[in-house]
Design a protein around this ligand. Sequence first.
Ligand code: AMP
Length: 175
Amino acid sequence: VSIKSLIRTIPDYPKAGILFRDITTLLLDPKGLHDAVDGMAAAFAGRGVVKVAGIEARGFILGGAVARQLGAGFVPVRKRGKLPWQTLGQDYALEYGTDRVEIHTDAIAIGEPILVVDDLIATGGTAAATLDLIERTGGRVVGCAFVVDLPELGGSRRLRARGVPVHTLCEFEGH
Ligand code: AMP
């Protein structure tokens, strides 16, 4: 059973016209979870990753496991107002309005090699803001790993154009 076939598609969630790629069905499957975590970690094994930065919320589930697999630490990248200590924040554009990701100011040391993990890359807005944040802390982004790429939305291309290696485990057409 492939990773792709374990992902459930829900039409018109959270709004009309969106095909929501639901990884909870992949997480439920022991081999699926193993293969997803292993695939993301293996792509960056031996690259000196010291911390995995996981993007709220599905990036926490996968990123914690990838960090453990790589023998790295874990840094949560959270939505606005959720982190208890001093933060750096980065705003990014949504279709309507803006959103913000935040990181603790002391989570990453200068020059530390960081792997960014999330479940899915679409337009790349969330990941690009996360890369900006990590660069502002002085961290060095070794790469980004996602279970799902939606290549037509251009996010993985956008990250690669910044010179960041991107590894994805499966692709879906459309958005
Ligand atoms: P983007 O910033 O456009 O790359 O969007 C990426 C974020 O939105 C990730 O955290 C995804 O979990 C979520 N996301 C965007 N589009 C979808 C989709 N079609 N299905 C599931 N999650 C999505």
